[in-house]
Write a protein that binds this ligand. Structure first.
Ligand SMILES: *[C@@H]1O[C@H](CO)[C@@H](O)[C@H](O)[C@H]1NC(C)=O
Length: 228
């Protein structure tokens, strides 16, 4: 009986250790404490909230991308968030998210909600495939904003569905278009991302939806009365 318990306990220890080995580590650093935006980050958002939302966004992205298994995902051990004294909004490079303290400081409205929405976008860049560098930049940004849209963090200043000039314009325009494509085939964006693991070809749209991306864009525009 004791031996039996010891065996179960060993299994539990092994299972826990394995999980710990593969868990993603999240690190938050505020490099802008000497700026108004850095102070606002500490007061209205905070490192604790950030450390909570980073893994939440990751789990959401793995679900949207239909990547239940480790083998499906990009191999990333650590994601670092830096609040930096810089212009712009945010960017992601080498699994480091750099967030502008100036943007946080100057944002009028619910800054915590805006911060969270941007984190979903940036975290998507950590996990998405980029077609081995061959995918259009507008599509990469569109997928990141599609995730933000699906997480219910689309801000009010975004274009409405049907607006925009080109499918690969990027950001909100492409996100709304991808949402249309996804409505034609549930899981479309997940399947597109899977195909983008090793390369990119516009024919992926034909493979998944039976139409060229240009045809899909004109169908989409027509559905909304070709609104600007
Ligand atoms: C893209 O796919 C089409 C259709 O399958 C193929 O003919 C073409 O060679 C591919 N282009 C590239 C660059 O792989």
């Amino acid at each position: 009986m004791v031996a039996h318990h010891m065996f179960l306990l060993s299994l539990l220890v092994i299972a826990t250790t394995m999980q710990a080995t593969h868990a993603v580590n999240y690190v938050v650093t505020n490099n802008a404490r000497n700026t108004a935006g850095g102070v606002r980050f500490d007061n209205e958002i905070g490192a604790d909230y950030s450390r909570q939302i980073l893994p939440t966004a990751t789990d959401f992205i793995w679900r949207i991308f239909q990547q239940p298994n480790e083998a499906d995902r990009k191999s990333v051990q650590q994601v670092s968030l830096f609040i930096d004294n810089m212009d712009g909004v945010a960017y992601t490079v080498n699994n480091e998210i750099h967030f502008s303290a100036n943007y946080i400081g100057g944002y009028s409205g619910d800054v915590k909600r805006e911060f969270t929405g941007v984190i979903y976008h940036e975290m998507t860049h950590v996990w998405q495939w980029n077609g081995n560098g061959q995918a259009p930049g507008g599509l990469i940004e569109g997928i990141a904003d599609f995730v933000r849209l699906k997480a219910n963090y689309a801000p009010s200043h975004w274009v409405r569905a049907g607006q925009g000039d080109r499918w690969d314009q990027g950001y909100d325009v492409t996100a709304r278009f991808l949402d249309y494509c996804n409505s034609l085939r549930n899981g479309f964006v997940a399947e597109l991302n899977k195909k983008m693991r090793s390369g990119y070809n516009a024919s992926y749209f034909v493979d998944l939806l039976g139409k060229t991306v240009d045809q899909l864009w004109s169908d989409y525009k027509a559905m909304y009365g070709n609104s600007k």
